[in-house]
Design a protein around this ligand. Structure first.
Ligand SMILES: NC(=O)c1ccc[n+]([C@@H]2O[C@H](COP(=O)([O-])OP(=O)(O)OC[C@H]3O[C@@H](n4cnc5c(N)ncnc54)[C@H](O)[C@@H]3O)[C@@H](O)[C@H]2O)c1
Ligand SMILES: O=C(O)C1=N[C@H](C(=O)O)CCC1
Length: 277
């Protein structure tokens, strides 16, 4: 068995990683196993997945770690102090109910959540802490603050566009990060993103609506995540840019959130709370 796993330290918070076979799930399993402040107690995959019943370390091509992959979320989450969840909106809602029952911290990285999903999460957060962000990296959360400041400093003659690029497998657009950046820009202008967001452009769109915030999404290859916030006016442009080259940045943020949340009461939190920004 791998000596990375803290099986001999039952006092450490136990973490369940959902979507454990996914791109983020595998990264999270690795980094939770390496973390001296946490214990991996569960690895959940979707029903029917061929990893079910195998040790998660071996399923990922390494040494055994003593945690068997399962699709039994009820049993796994009942013994957890934290659930780290990068899956799909539907799966995340189901995990939120179980995490609320277990009074465990639910760290949610899943994007593509709509108003109905968010309302259901708010209900779960009445029972246990939920920490959710469309991007868990330090760099993007700093960029959110910068975007708000720059938008507040510039007048409406500066057009705001958010351009993002991701790998070919990504299913939602605009990305969760792009929406966070757009929301920050709108806040800087004293508005909400719902007030200022322009629908995706295609065909005869007419000229740009003054004061609006536009989004453009590129999908291809293995791009981990790239975001530009463009402020454009006559004669000059400012571009605020974040480039992600390693998914570990998201996993590190999520793990920090799981630890931070251990002494927090029920409620909804984000990475600004976790990072003290
Ligand atoms: N917030 C962030 O910092 C951040 C960073 C990266 C990705 N994400 C988001 O995380 C999500 C996952 O991204 P990914 O690239 O890892 O995708 P992925 O498709 O590689 O992984 C998702 C995994 O969830 C699993 N899953 C689906 N339903 C399930 C269920 N009911 N039970 C257990 N597992 C289930 C899938 O089988 C898959 O393995 C996306 O919404 C993505 O946008 C967020
Ligand atoms: O790979 C993804 O999917 C990512 N999703 C998040 C988003 O939607 O912004 C964060 C970046 C990577």
């Amino acid at each position: 068995m791998s000596d990375l796993q803290n099986t001999d330290q039952p006092q450490l918070p136990g973490v369940v990683v959902t979507g454990a076979s996914g791109r983020m799930g595998q990264m999270l399993v690795r980094l939770v196993l390496e973390n001296p402040e946490l214990r991996l107690v569960g690895a959940l995959v979707r029903p029917g997945h061929d990893w079910i019943g195998q040790d998660i370390g071996m399923a990922m091509g390494g040494a055994a770690v003593g945690v068997i992959v399962s699709d039994d979320a009820v049993t796994a989450i009942a013994q957890a102090q934290a659930v780290i969840d990068f899956t799909t909106p539907e799966a995340t809602l189901a995990f939120a109910e179980l995490t609320a029952q277990a009074r465990a911290v639910h760290v949610i990285g899943t994007t593509g959540l709509g108003p109905d999903h968010l309302a259901a999460l708010a209900a779960s957060a009445r029972h246990a802490p939920i920490i959710r962000a469309g991007n868990m990296s330090l760099g993007v959360n700093l960029l959110v603050g910068l975007t708000r400041k720059v938008a507040a400093a510039l007048g409406e003659d500066w057009d705001i566009e958010v351009v993002e690029a991701h790998h070919r497998h990504k299913v939602d657009a605009p990305s969760g990060t792009a929406l966070m950046l757009g929301e920050a820009a709108a806040e800087g202008r004293g508005a909400t993103l719902d007030d200022l967001r322009t629908p995706a452009r295609d065909g005869i769109t007419g000229p740009r609506a003054p004061g609006s915030i536009g989004f453009a999404a590129i999908r291809g290859g293995d791009v981990v995540g790239e975001h530009d916030v463009i402020f454009a006016t006559s004669g000059e442009r400012i571009v605020l840019r974040h480039l992600a080259t390693d998914r570990a940045i998201f996993a590190r943020g999520a793990i920090r959130a799981a630890i931070w949340g251990q002494d927090k009461g029920p409620g909804e939190y984000d990475m600004h709370d976790v990072l003290g920004l």
